[in-house]
Write a protein that binds this ligand. Structure first.
Ligand SMILES: *[C@@H]1O[C@H](CO)[C@@H](O)[C@H](O)[C@H]1NC(C)=O
Ligand SMILES: *[C@@H]1O[C@H](CO)[C@@H](O)[C@H](O)[C@H]1NC(C)=O
Length: 476
Protein backbone atom coordinates (compact mmCIF):
# COMPACT_ATOMS: atom_id res chain seq x y z
CA UNK A 1 0.00 0.00 0.00
CA UNK A 2 1.46 3.38 -1.09
CA UNK A 3 1.25 5.95 1.71
CA UNK A 4 -1.34 8.67 1.13
CA UNK A 5 1.23 11.47 1.17
CA UNK A 6 3.18 9.82 -1.67
CA UNK A 7 -0.01 9.38 -3.66
CA UNK A 8 -0.84 13.06 -3.23
CA UNK A 9 2.65 14.06 -4.39
CA UNK A 10 2.46 11.72 -7.41
CA UNK A 11 -0.93 13.04 -8.36
CA UNK A 12 0.35 16.61 -8.09
CA UNK A 13 3.36 15.82 -10.31
CA UNK A 14 1.03 14.25 -12.85
CA UNK A 15 -1.08 17.42 -12.92
CA UNK A 16 1.98 19.63 -13.42
CA UNK A 17 3.08 17.40 -16.29
CA UNK A 18 -0.28 17.55 -18.04
CA UNK A 19 -0.56 21.31 -17.62
CA UNK A 20 2.94 21.92 -18.92
CA UNK A 21 2.45 19.79 -22.02
CA UNK A 22 -0.82 21.42 -22.88
CA UNK A 23 0.21 24.98 -22.15
CA UNK A 24 3.26 24.90 -24.41
CA UNK A 25 1.48 24.63 -27.77
CA UNK A 26 0.16 27.69 -29.61
CA UNK A 27 -3.21 28.30 -28.02
CA UNK A 28 -5.22 28.74 -31.25
CA UNK A 29 -4.32 25.28 -32.37
CA UNK A 30 -4.09 23.52 -29.09
CA UNK A 31 -7.61 22.33 -28.73
CA UNK A 32 -7.83 20.88 -32.20
CA UNK A 33 -4.40 19.40 -32.19
CA UNK A 34 -4.98 17.88 -28.81
CA UNK A 35 -8.17 16.21 -29.86
CA UNK A 36 -6.17 14.38 -32.51
CA UNK A 37 -3.32 13.71 -30.17
CA UNK A 38 -5.63 11.78 -27.86
CA UNK A 39 -6.61 9.47 -30.71
CA UNK A 40 -2.97 8.75 -31.53
CA UNK A 41 -1.98 8.27 -27.96
CA UNK A 42 -4.12 5.13 -27.81
CA UNK A 43 -1.97 3.55 -30.47
CA UNK A 44 1.46 4.67 -29.49
CA UNK A 45 1.26 4.82 -25.74
CA UNK A 46 3.70 7.19 -24.07
CA UNK A 47 6.22 9.24 -26.03
CA UNK A 48 9.70 10.21 -25.16
CA UNK A 49 9.38 13.30 -27.33
CA UNK A 50 6.54 15.45 -28.45
CA UNK A 51 5.30 13.43 -31.38
CA UNK A 52 1.96 13.25 -29.60
CA UNK A 53 1.47 16.86 -30.58
CA UNK A 54 1.31 16.12 -34.28
CA UNK A 55 0.62 19.41 -35.96
CA UNK A 56 -2.52 18.18 -37.65
CA UNK A 57 -5.82 19.92 -37.42
CA UNK A 58 -9.26 18.72 -38.09
CA UNK A 59 -11.05 20.64 -40.83
CA UNK A 60 -14.49 19.33 -40.04
CA UNK A 61 -15.14 22.00 -37.49
CA UNK A 62 -16.40 25.07 -39.33
CA UNK A 63 -15.91 27.34 -36.34
CA UNK A 64 -12.26 26.75 -36.42
CA UNK A 65 -11.37 26.82 -40.04
CA UNK A 66 -12.34 30.32 -41.05
CA UNK A 67 -9.48 32.49 -42.29
CA UNK A 68 -9.20 35.86 -40.59
CA UNK A 69 -7.88 38.85 -42.43
CA UNK A 70 -6.59 41.26 -39.91
CA UNK A 71 -8.81 44.28 -40.24
CA UNK A 72 -6.38 47.15 -40.32
CA UNK A 73 -3.98 45.63 -42.74
CA UNK A 74 -6.52 44.38 -45.21
CA UNK A 75 -6.55 47.93 -46.52
CA UNK A 76 -2.87 47.78 -47.46
CA UNK A 77 -2.76 46.45 -51.01
CA UNK A 78 0.06 43.99 -51.56
CA UNK A 79 0.73 43.36 -47.86
CA UNK A 80 -2.07 41.16 -46.52
CA UNK A 81 -2.00 39.26 -43.27
CA UNK A 82 -4.12 36.17 -42.71
CA UNK A 83 -4.62 33.95 -39.73
CA UNK A 84 -5.21 30.40 -40.94
CA UNK A 85 -4.28 30.62 -44.58
CA UNK A 86 -4.50 27.28 -46.37
CA UNK A 87 -2.20 25.90 -49.01
CA UNK A 88 -2.81 22.90 -51.20
CA UNK A 89 -1.18 21.90 -54.50
CA UNK A 90 0.53 25.26 -54.80
CA UNK A 91 -2.67 27.26 -54.31
CA UNK A 92 -3.65 29.41 -51.39
CA UNK A 93 -7.13 29.11 -49.96
CA UNK A 94 -8.83 31.52 -47.66
CA UNK A 95 -11.97 30.19 -46.03
CA UNK A 96 -14.31 33.15 -45.68
CA UNK A 97 -17.79 33.24 -44.13
CA UNK A 98 -18.66 35.99 -46.56
CA UNK A 99 -16.32 35.77 -49.58
CA UNK A 100 -17.72 39.03 -50.97
CA UNK A 101 -16.47 40.95 -47.93
CA UNK A 102 -12.95 39.62 -48.37
CA UNK A 103 -10.28 41.94 -49.87
CA UNK A 104 -10.26 41.80 -53.67
CA UNK A 105 -7.85 39.26 -55.10
CA UNK A 106 -6.02 41.88 -57.15
CA UNK A 107 -4.99 43.59 -53.92
CA UNK A 108 -3.62 40.29 -52.57
CA UNK A 109 -2.04 38.28 -55.35
CA UNK A 110 -2.81 39.43 -58.88
CA UNK A 111 -1.28 38.60 -62.22
CA UNK A 112 2.33 39.69 -62.29
CA UNK A 113 2.04 42.03 -65.26
CA UNK A 114 5.27 43.76 -64.48
CA UNK A 115 7.25 40.57 -64.26
CA UNK A 116 5.57 38.44 -66.91
CA UNK A 117 5.67 35.56 -64.51
CA UNK A 118 3.61 32.67 -65.81
CA UNK A 119 3.59 30.92 -62.47
CA UNK A 120 1.74 33.69 -60.74
CA UNK A 121 -1.79 33.77 -62.00
CA UNK A 122 -4.97 34.52 -60.09
CA UNK A 123 -5.56 30.78 -59.87
CA UNK A 124 -2.88 30.77 -57.18
CA UNK A 125 -5.42 31.95 -54.65
CA UNK A 126 -9.01 31.00 -54.02
CA UNK A 127 -11.50 32.34 -51.58
CA UNK A 128 -13.93 29.62 -50.57
CA UNK A 129 -16.83 29.30 -48.18
CA UNK A 130 -16.74 27.04 -45.11
CA UNK A 131 -19.22 24.73 -46.88
CA UNK A 132 -16.76 24.13 -49.69
CA UNK A 133 -13.76 23.72 -47.44
CA UNK A 134 -13.81 19.93 -47.22
CA UNK A 135 -14.26 19.66 -50.96
CA UNK A 136 -11.11 21.67 -51.68
CA UNK A 137 -9.03 21.00 -48.61
CA UNK A 138 -10.01 17.54 -47.38
CA UNK A 139 -10.54 16.81 -43.71
CA UNK A 140 -7.21 17.60 -42.14
CA UNK A 141 -4.38 20.07 -42.48
CA UNK A 142 -0.76 20.08 -41.41
CA UNK A 143 0.14 23.16 -39.42
CA UNK A 144 2.96 25.50 -40.43
CA UNK A 145 3.30 27.24 -37.12
CA UNK A 146 4.12 30.84 -36.27
CA UNK A 147 4.20 33.75 -38.69
CA UNK A 148 5.37 33.19 -42.27
CA UNK A 149 6.33 36.07 -44.55
CA UNK A 150 5.64 35.04 -48.14
CA UNK A 151 7.45 37.22 -50.67
CA UNK A 152 5.87 36.60 -54.05
CA UNK A 153 8.61 38.51 -55.94
CA UNK A 154 10.57 36.67 -58.60
CA UNK A 155 14.19 36.22 -59.39
CA UNK A 156 16.04 38.42 -60.42
CA UNK A 157 13.84 41.21 -59.11
CA UNK A 158 14.21 40.15 -55.51
CA UNK A 159 18.01 39.87 -55.50
CA UNK A 160 18.69 43.48 -54.69
CA UNK A 161 19.70 45.13 -51.42
CA UNK A 162 17.23 48.02 -51.65
CA UNK A 163 14.30 45.96 -52.92
CA UNK A 164 14.72 43.29 -50.30
CA UNK A 165 15.38 45.51 -47.27
CA UNK A 166 13.93 48.82 -48.31
CA UNK A 167 10.74 47.46 -49.82
CA UNK A 168 9.85 43.87 -48.93
CA UNK A 169 11.19 43.82 -45.38
CA UNK A 170 10.48 47.41 -44.46
CA UNK A 171 6.95 47.16 -45.83
CA UNK A 172 6.35 43.78 -44.21
CA UNK A 173 7.62 44.94 -40.81
CA UNK A 174 5.55 48.09 -41.01
CA UNK A 175 2.38 46.14 -41.74
CA UNK A 176 3.21 43.41 -39.24
CA UNK A 177 3.80 45.93 -36.46
CA UNK A 178 0.41 47.47 -37.30
CA UNK A 179 -1.17 44.25 -36.04
CA UNK A 180 -0.43 45.45 -32.55
CA UNK A 181 -3.37 47.86 -32.91
CA UNK A 182 -5.82 45.13 -33.89
CA UNK A 183 -8.07 44.16 -30.99
CA UNK A 184 -7.64 40.57 -29.87
CA UNK A 185 -4.16 40.10 -31.35
CA UNK A 186 -1.78 38.61 -28.82
CA UNK A 187 1.23 40.76 -27.96
CA UNK A 188 4.15 40.81 -28.22
CA UNK A 189 3.90 39.66 -31.82
CA UNK A 190 5.90 36.51 -32.43
CA UNK A 191 8.99 36.71 -34.62
CA UNK A 192 8.62 35.53 -38.20
CA UNK A 193 9.22 31.78 -38.22
CA UNK A 194 10.09 31.55 -41.91
CA UNK A 195 10.48 33.59 -45.06
CA UNK A 196 9.01 31.82 -48.05
CA UNK A 197 9.88 32.74 -51.63
CA UNK A 198 7.77 30.43 -53.82
CA UNK A 199 9.05 31.86 -57.12
CA UNK A 200 12.74 31.92 -56.37
CA UNK A 201 14.91 28.92 -57.21
CA UNK A 202 17.89 27.98 -55.07
CA UNK A 203 19.77 30.97 -53.72
CA UNK A 204 18.68 33.42 -56.36
CA UNK A 205 17.27 35.82 -53.80
CA UNK A 206 20.80 36.78 -52.81
CA UNK A 207 22.06 40.19 -53.96
CA UNK A 208 25.31 40.79 -55.79
CA UNK A 209 26.81 42.68 -52.85
CA UNK A 210 26.10 39.58 -50.74
CA UNK A 211 24.48 41.40 -47.81
CA UNK A 212 20.81 40.34 -47.89
CA UNK A 213 21.48 36.89 -46.45
CA UNK A 214 23.90 37.89 -43.70
CA UNK A 215 21.68 40.76 -42.54
CA UNK A 216 18.69 38.45 -42.36
CA UNK A 217 20.65 35.86 -40.37
CA UNK A 218 21.88 38.61 -38.07
CA UNK A 219 18.35 39.76 -37.36
CA UNK A 220 16.69 36.33 -37.20
CA UNK A 221 19.29 33.61 -36.76
CA UNK A 222 16.67 30.93 -36.08
CA UNK A 223 14.36 31.79 -38.95
CA UNK A 224 14.50 29.80 -42.16
CA UNK A 225 14.49 31.15 -45.69
CA UNK A 226 12.72 28.77 -48.02
CA UNK A 227 12.59 28.99 -51.79
CA UNK A 228 10.79 27.25 -54.60
CA UNK A 229 12.06 23.79 -53.55
CA UNK A 230 10.15 24.02 -50.26
CA UNK A 231 7.02 25.06 -52.15
CA UNK A 232 7.46 22.15 -54.56
CA UNK A 233 8.02 19.66 -51.75
CA UNK A 234 4.67 20.63 -50.29
CA UNK A 235 3.01 20.26 -53.69
CA UNK A 236 4.59 16.84 -54.06
CA UNK A 237 3.21 15.71 -50.71
CA UNK A 238 -0.31 16.55 -51.89
CA UNK A 239 -1.50 17.54 -48.43
CA UNK A 240 -3.35 20.53 -47.10
CA UNK A 241 -1.20 22.91 -45.05
CA UNK A 242 -2.35 25.74 -42.90
CA UNK A 243 -0.21 28.74 -42.03
CA UNK A 244 -0.98 29.78 -38.51
CA UNK A 245 -0.32 33.34 -39.65
CA UNK A 246 0.94 34.42 -43.05
CA UNK A 247 1.61 37.70 -44.78
CA UNK A 248 1.48 37.60 -48.56
CA UNK A 249 3.62 40.35 -50.04
CA UNK A 250 3.03 40.98 -53.72
CA UNK A 251 4.58 43.78 -55.74
CA UNK A 252 1.91 44.02 -58.47
CA UNK A 253 -0.78 43.98 -55.79
CA UNK A 254 1.02 46.80 -53.97
CA UNK A 255 1.00 48.80 -57.19
CA UNK A 256 -2.80 48.75 -57.21
CA UNK A 257 -2.78 51.08 -54.17
CA UNK A 258 -4.10 54.61 -54.85
CA UNK A 259 -1.12 55.90 -52.84
CA UNK A 260 1.14 54.81 -55.66
CA UNK A 261 0.12 57.93 -57.56
CA UNK A 262 1.63 59.97 -54.75
CA UNK A 263 4.78 58.02 -53.91
CA UNK A 264 5.40 55.77 -56.93
CA UNK A 265 7.16 52.99 -55.05
CA UNK A 266 6.07 49.56 -53.87
CA UNK A 267 5.99 50.72 -50.24
CA UNK A 268 3.69 53.64 -51.13
CA UNK A 269 0.87 51.40 -50.04
CA UNK A 270 2.09 51.17 -46.44
CA UNK A 271 2.67 54.91 -46.01
CA UNK A 272 -0.89 55.64 -44.96
CA UNK A 273 -1.18 53.06 -42.22
CA UNK A 274 -0.85 53.75 -38.53
CA UNK A 275 2.07 51.98 -36.90
CA UNK A 276 3.61 51.94 -33.44
CA UNK A 277 6.31 54.51 -32.85
CA UNK A 278 9.75 53.34 -33.90
CA UNK A 279 8.32 50.22 -35.52
CA UNK A 280 11.64 49.62 -37.27
CA UNK A 281 13.81 49.94 -34.15
CA UNK A 282 13.53 46.29 -33.05
CA UNK A 283 14.83 45.17 -36.46
CA UNK A 284 17.63 47.74 -36.47
CA UNK A 285 18.61 46.77 -32.92
CA UNK A 286 18.73 43.04 -33.63
CA UNK A 287 20.79 43.41 -36.79
CA UNK A 288 23.26 45.78 -35.16
CA UNK A 289 23.58 43.99 -31.83
CA UNK A 290 23.85 40.55 -33.36
CA UNK A 291 26.49 41.69 -35.84
CA UNK A 292 28.61 43.89 -33.58
CA UNK A 293 27.87 42.45 -30.15
CA UNK A 294 26.69 45.84 -28.82
CA UNK A 295 24.24 48.60 -29.63
CA UNK A 296 25.62 52.15 -29.77
CA UNK A 297 23.61 54.72 -27.88
CA UNK A 298 23.45 58.39 -28.93
CA UNK A 299 22.69 61.26 -26.59
CA UNK A 300 20.50 64.28 -27.36
CA UNK A 301 23.37 66.07 -29.10
CA UNK A 302 23.89 63.13 -31.43
CA UNK A 303 27.17 62.22 -29.71
CA UNK A 304 27.82 58.52 -29.18
CA UNK A 305 27.55 58.04 -25.42
CA UNK A 306 28.26 54.30 -25.32
CA UNK A 307 29.78 51.80 -25.53
CA UNK A 308 32.73 53.84 -26.81
CA UNK A 309 32.00 57.56 -26.67
CA UNK A 310 32.73 59.74 -29.69
CA UNK A 311 34.17 63.26 -29.49
CA UNK A 312 31.34 64.69 -31.54
CA UNK A 313 28.34 63.47 -33.57
CA UNK A 314 29.38 61.16 -36.36
CA UNK A 315 28.93 62.19 -39.98
CA UNK A 316 29.38 59.34 -42.44
CA UNK A 317 30.03 59.85 -46.09
CA UNK A 318 29.08 56.77 -48.11
CA UNK A 319 31.48 56.88 -51.01
CA UNK A 320 31.24 54.71 -54.08
CA UNK A 321 34.03 54.56 -56.60
CA UNK A 322 32.69 51.99 -58.96
CA UNK A 323 29.10 52.35 -60.12
CA UNK A 324 27.86 54.75 -62.75
CA UNK A 325 26.98 57.58 -60.41
CA UNK A 326 29.87 59.73 -59.29
CA UNK A 327 30.52 63.17 -57.94
CA UNK A 328 32.74 65.24 -60.21
CA UNK A 329 36.31 65.58 -59.08
CA UNK A 330 36.21 69.26 -58.26
CA UNK A 331 33.08 68.78 -56.15
CA UNK A 332 34.62 65.79 -54.40
CA UNK A 333 37.59 67.90 -53.31
CA UNK A 334 35.37 70.79 -52.25
CA UNK A 335 33.12 68.45 -50.27
CA UNK A 336 35.95 66.74 -48.43
CA UNK A 337 37.48 70.14 -47.63
CA UNK A 338 34.20 71.53 -46.25
CA UNK A 339 33.59 68.41 -44.16
CA UNK A 340 37.15 68.35 -42.84
CA UNK A 341 36.80 71.95 -41.71
CA UNK A 342 33.64 71.07 -39.83
CA UNK A 343 35.49 68.25 -38.12
CA UNK A 344 38.37 70.52 -37.18
CA UNK A 345 35.90 72.94 -35.65
CA UNK A 346 34.61 70.11 -33.48
CA UNK A 347 31.11 70.07 -34.99
CA UNK A 348 31.39 66.44 -36.05
CA UNK A 349 33.59 63.41 -36.38
CA UNK A 350 33.92 62.48 -40.05
CA UNK A 351 34.01 58.93 -41.40
CA UNK A 352 34.23 57.91 -45.00
CA UNK A 353 32.85 54.46 -45.77
CA UNK A 354 34.17 53.11 -49.04
CA UNK A 355 31.57 50.53 -49.94
CA UNK A 356 33.90 48.53 -52.15
CA UNK A 357 36.77 48.34 -49.71
CA UNK A 358 35.17 47.39 -46.40
CA UNK A 359 33.22 44.41 -45.15
CA UNK A 360 29.60 44.73 -44.14
CA UNK A 361 30.50 44.40 -40.45
CA UNK A 362 33.03 47.19 -40.75
CA UNK A 363 30.46 49.37 -42.49
CA UNK A 364 27.83 48.53 -39.90
CA UNK A 365 30.17 49.44 -37.02
CA UNK A 366 30.18 53.01 -38.35
CA UNK A 367 26.59 53.24 -39.63
CA UNK A 368 25.21 52.08 -36.29
CA UNK A 369 26.63 55.14 -34.53
CA UNK A 370 26.05 57.66 -37.31
CA UNK A 371 23.92 60.75 -36.81
CA UNK A 372 24.21 62.15 -40.34
CA UNK A 373 24.69 60.04 -43.45
CA UNK A 374 25.59 61.68 -46.73
CA UNK A 375 26.06 60.24 -50.18
CA UNK A 376 25.02 60.07 -53.76
CA UNK A 377 21.65 58.60 -54.72
CA UNK A 378 22.06 54.81 -54.97
CA UNK A 379 21.84 51.46 -53.24
CA UNK A 380 24.38 52.47 -50.58
CA UNK A 381 21.74 54.78 -49.10
CA UNK A 382 19.86 51.65 -48.01
CA UNK A 383 22.42 51.53 -45.17
CA UNK A 384 20.40 54.22 -43.38
CA UNK A 385 18.16 51.37 -42.18
CA UNK A 386 20.89 50.48 -39.67
CA UNK A 387 21.44 54.04 -38.46
CA UNK A 388 19.84 54.90 -35.11
CA UNK A 389 16.83 57.17 -35.22
CA UNK A 390 17.16 60.33 -33.14
CA UNK A 391 15.93 63.94 -33.31
CA UNK A 392 19.11 64.88 -35.16
CA UNK A 393 19.43 61.86 -37.43
CA UNK A 394 19.64 63.00 -41.02
CA UNK A 395 20.18 61.61 -44.49
CA UNK A 396 21.63 63.96 -47.10
CA UNK A 397 21.32 62.59 -50.62
CA UNK A 398 22.92 64.05 -53.77
CA UNK A 399 21.09 64.08 -57.10
CA UNK A 400 21.76 64.93 -60.70
CA UNK A 401 20.34 68.32 -61.61
CA UNK A 402 16.56 68.03 -62.05
CA UNK A 403 16.36 64.38 -61.02
CA UNK A 404 14.45 63.17 -58.01
CA UNK A 405 13.93 59.45 -57.49
CA UNK A 406 12.41 59.31 -54.01
CA UNK A 407 13.40 55.76 -52.94
CA UNK A 408 15.57 56.79 -50.00
CA UNK A 409 13.34 59.60 -48.88
CA UNK A 410 10.70 56.93 -48.23
CA UNK A 411 13.15 54.89 -46.19
CA UNK A 412 14.17 57.94 -44.19
CA UNK A 413 10.58 58.87 -43.42
CA UNK A 414 9.76 55.31 -42.41
CA UNK A 415 12.63 54.88 -40.01
CA UNK A 416 12.68 58.40 -38.59
CA UNK A 417 15.52 60.33 -40.24
CA UNK A 418 15.16 63.79 -41.70
CA UNK A 419 15.88 63.63 -45.43
CA UNK A 420 17.54 66.35 -47.49
CA UNK A 421 17.73 66.20 -51.28
CA UNK A 422 20.61 68.23 -52.68
CA UNK A 423 21.18 69.48 -56.23
CA UNK A 424 24.61 71.13 -56.17
CA UNK A 425 23.98 74.26 -54.07
CA UNK A 426 20.20 73.90 -53.72
CA UNK A 427 18.39 71.63 -51.32
CA UNK A 428 14.97 70.71 -50.05
CA UNK A 429 13.48 68.54 -47.36
CA UNK A 430 10.52 66.36 -48.09
CA UNK A 431 8.09 68.81 -46.57
CA UNK A 432 9.33 71.48 -48.96
CA UNK A 433 9.88 69.56 -52.15
CA UNK A 434 6.38 69.85 -53.62
CA UNK A 435 6.59 73.65 -53.55
CA UNK A 436 10.24 74.06 -54.38
CA UNK A 437 9.77 74.21 -58.12
CA UNK A 438 13.18 72.62 -58.54
CA UNK A 439 11.84 69.34 -59.70
CA UNK A 440 8.55 67.86 -60.53
CA UNK A 441 7.92 65.96 -57.34
CA UNK A 442 8.57 62.29 -57.69
CA UNK A 443 9.35 62.24 -61.38
CA UNK A 444 11.99 59.80 -62.39
CA UNK A 445 13.98 61.66 -64.97
CA UNK A 446 16.50 59.60 -66.84
CA UNK A 447 19.59 59.57 -64.71
CA UNK A 448 22.35 60.94 -66.82
CA UNK A 449 25.72 59.45 -66.35
CA UNK A 450 27.72 62.67 -66.09
CA UNK A 451 29.40 63.16 -62.75
CA UNK A 452 27.27 65.13 -60.31
CA UNK A 453 28.20 68.65 -59.15
CA UNK A 454 27.97 69.13 -55.39
CA UNK A 455 28.70 72.37 -53.57
CA UNK A 456 30.60 71.35 -50.40
CA UNK A 457 29.79 74.44 -48.31
CA UNK A 458 26.04 73.82 -48.84
CA UNK A 459 26.38 70.32 -47.35
CA UNK A 460 28.49 71.65 -44.48
CA UNK A 461 25.82 74.25 -43.74
CA UNK A 462 23.05 71.63 -43.51
CA UNK A 463 25.18 69.49 -41.20
CA UNK A 464 26.07 72.42 -38.98
CA UNK A 465 22.43 73.37 -38.59
CA UNK A 466 21.31 69.80 -37.81
CA UNK A 467 24.04 69.32 -35.21
CA UNK A 468 24.17 72.69 -33.49
CA UNK A 469 20.54 73.90 -33.39
CA UNK A 470 18.55 73.44 -30.22
CA UNK A 471 16.50 70.26 -30.37
CA UNK A 472 13.22 72.17 -30.51
CA UNK A 473 14.38 74.20 -33.50
CA UNK A 474 14.97 71.07 -35.55
CA UNK A 475 11.29 70.57 -36.23
CA UNK A 476 9.84 72.82 -38.89
C1 LIG B 1 -3.97 14.47 -54.39
O1 LIG B 1 -4.99 14.25 -53.46
C2 LIG B 1 -6.30 14.28 -53.99
C3 LIG B 1 -7.30 14.18 -52.86
O2 LIG B 1 -6.89 13.27 -51.91
C4 LIG B 1 -6.47 13.18 -55.04
O3 LIG B 1 -7.76 13.22 -55.60
C5 LIG B 1 -5.43 13.40 -56.11
O4 LIG B 1 -5.48 12.34 -57.05
C6 LIG B 1 -4.04 13.48 -55.51
N1 LIG B 1 -3.11 13.85 -56.55
C7 LIG B 1 -1.96 13.24 -56.72
C8 LIG B 1 -1.11 13.77 -57.83
O5 LIG B 1 -1.61 12.33 -56.03
C1 LIG C 1 27.26 74.64 -58.17
O1 LIG C 1 27.07 75.67 -57.22
C2 LIG C 1 28.16 76.58 -57.12
C3 LIG C 1 27.89 77.53 -55.96
O2 LIG C 1 26.72 78.25 -56.15
C4 LIG C 1 28.34 77.30 -58.46
O3 LIG C 1 29.44 78.16 -58.38
C5 LIG C 1 28.55 76.24 -59.54
O4 LIG C 1 28.64 76.88 -60.81
C6 LIG C 1 27.43 75.23 -59.54
N1 LIG C 1 27.74 74.17 -60.48
C7 LIG C 1 26.89 73.80 -61.42
C8 LIG C 1 27.36 72.75 -62.36
O5 LIG C 1 25.79 74.27 -61.52
Amino acid sequence: MVPRRVRVVLFFLFLVGVVSIFSSTPSEFKEHVDRHALKYRKWFGEYYWRSDLLPLVDLESTDWLVTDTTLLTSTVAGFNVFDKLYLRSGRFYAVARDPSSFPALESILPLQETQKDETATPSKMHIISPDDANKYLGVRAVVLDGATFIFWDSDPFISHYYRWWGELMLGAMRVYSGLSFVPGIKLPLPEPRRFLLPNVPEHHWRDSAGVNGPILRAGWPSTSIEGRDFWEDLIYLNQTYVFERAMIVSRPAAYTSPLRAQWFKMISTVMGMAVPNAFWAPTQHRVVRNTLGYLPYLNEDGVVASPIASRAPIVTYISRHSGVKKINRESQEGLVKALTELEQEGVCELHVVAMEKTTFSEQLAIIAKTTIMIGIHGTGMTHQLWMPSSPRSTVIEFFHPNAYPNDYELLARNVGHKHYAVWNDTYATHSKIPESGIVEYGTRLSLNKDPIPIHGPTIAEIIRRRLTSKINDLYP
